[in-house]
Ligand binder design. Structure first.
Ligand SMILES: Nc1nc2c(c(=O)[nH]1)N[C@H]1C(S)=C(S)[C@@H](COP(=O)(O)OP(=O)(O)OC[C@H]3O[C@@H](n4cnc5c(N)ncnc54)[C@H](O)[C@@H]3O)O[C@H]1N2
Ligand code: MOO
Length: 406
């Protein structure tokens, strides 16, 4: 099949091509607030009411009028009523009266201040105030926190528990969200065996697929497929056709991407896919192919586990987020000074899993391990994926480097 003229690209070119090529999946579905966790909003949401919806007492005490309290003369108030949280009172009150209110009770007009019950002297149905007060004390006014018509959240935002909390407080119980992205995932290799089986000499457990499956689930994706495909052209084609038949929104594979005799994913891509790029100037993860199979975006990762980890955080999850329609702040990127000096060869961006360190004034990042920059244990201990620039051979201590929060 055809391909773009650029087959070997820089990481910036790769991200740019992905960004320009990958389209957000079509449509939306309506879900209840209860079922909306980790989904992507397909609409802007505005508040249909004020919060709090009424002037609410923040303390147990007595609601009264500030003006009456500050006026000259007797500072005693007759208790006209008792109001508990959840109880509406429709009476009208005189400014020289007060009402006993519970925390959470609606404060009726004309009262504009709540005196806590520890600071009153109660005698014969009347109170005397001991403390000093200002208008508005211990009351949260209607709409003080959120106003009707206020923009709460936007299309492209991922729904988390704090957003659910906000929407629940306003009684918003249905949301338009993007359909859950369906990703067809498979690994390849004669030597790859599922976890839970026994391996013999030369064989290896399928850690890549388990990692990707769970990392994708963490993003809010539905993962399908899950096979280990043998090193055989027809087996790869058969798996790709399964993805097409199930109308997957995206396909991801690992392994079989290099130049070896049995690297059938690479051969399949050359023969059957439209290729955007095949290699990226990064270490690890150089063989990483982005292509399209029958209109479905196809990301093929190398088999090497560190390359899978790095390409997932540096690249793949950006593509997945774009396809999901997750456009608002999917991942945190920043620059931070490196804690030690580093050396490298020129020509590829080099990735290390790193830790964030803090002194009194500043944040630093430091590779978890120089020996295993992107190994399983380094990834486990890391907070960030840090990268050293392509053309540099020496990175002095304190030089700011690019970091991606994991
Ligand atoms: N002559 C060359 N050889 C290689 C090149 C090259 O340019 N010329 N590139 C090297 C680089 S860089 C990488 S990365 C690997 C990529 O190779 P493949 O994508 O074909 O990966 P495999 O050979 O299938 O596996 C590599 C390695 O990873 C282990 N593996 C594979 N799948 C899994 C899995 N699902 N879970 C855990 N581990 C897995 C596999 O056993 C191998 O050890 O090619 C280099 N070679
Ligand atoms: O650059 Mo490979 O991707 O050695 O891991």
């Amino acid at each position: 099949m055809n391909s773009s003229p650029l087959q070997f690209v820089s990481i910036d070119q790769a991200l740019d091509i992905i960004n320009k090529t990958i389209e957000e999946i079509d449509g939306f579905e309506t879900v209840s607030l209860e079922q909306s966790l980790n989904k992507i909003l397909a609409e802007d949401v505005y508040s249909s009411s004020d919060y709090p919806p009424f002037d609410v007492s923040l303390m147990d005490g007595y609601a009264l009028c500030a003006e009456a309290l500050f006026s000259e003369g007797e500072k005693e108030f007759a208790i006209a009523s008792e109001i508990y949280a959840g109880k509406a009172v429709s009476k009208t009150f005189d400014p020289n009266q007060c009402v006993k209110v519970a925390t959470g009770a609606a404060v009726p007009k004309p009262f504009d201040l709540v005196v806590i019950q520890e600071e009153v002297i109660l005698k014969d149905g009347r109170i005397k105030i001991k403390g000093k007060y200002n208008k508005g004390d211990n009351i949260k006014k209607a709409g003080e926190e959120i106003q009707r018509g206020q923009l709460l959240c936007c299309k492209g935002q991922k729904i988390d528990s704090r957003l659910i909390n906000l929407l629940a407080s306003l009684g918003i119980h249905q949301l338009k969200v993007k359909p859950t992205l369906r990703v067809h995932l498979f690994s390849t290799g004669e030597e790859i065996k599922p976890v839970g089986t026994t391996i013999s000499y030369g064989q290896i457990f399928d850690s890549n697929r388990i990692f990707l499956q769970n990392a994708l689930k963490e993003l809010g994706v539905c993962v399908e497929g899950g096979n280990i495909v043998q090193d055989d052209f027809d087996a790869v084609e058969n798996e790709m056709n399964k993805a097409k038949k199930s109308q997957a929104n995206l396909i991801i594979s690992t392994g079989g991407l290099s130049v070896g005799e049995k690297d059938y994913v690479a051969k399949f891509i050359d023969k059957k896919c439209w290729i955007y790029f095949k290699k990226i100037a990064i270490k690890p993860g150089r063989p990483f192919s982005f292509s399209s199979f029958e209109g479905i975006p196809f990301f093929s990762l190398p088999g090497n586990p560190p390359a899978v980890l790095v390409s997932f955080y540096a690249l793949l999850r950006e593509a997945v987020a774009k396809r999901m329609g997750w456009s608002i702040n999917p991942f945190i990127k920043f620059k931070a000074p490196i804690a030690i000096e580093m050396r490298k060869k020129a020509g590829r961006v080099e990735y290390y899993f790193g830790k964030e360190l803090y002194n009194q004034y500043q944040r630093f990042v430091e590779p978890v391990s120089l020996k295993d920059p992107a190994g399983f244990l380094s990834a486990l201990k890391a907070d960030v994926l840090l990268s050293l620039p392509s053309q540099s051979t020496f990175i002095p201590k304190d030089m700011p480097v690019d970091c991606i929060r994991l």
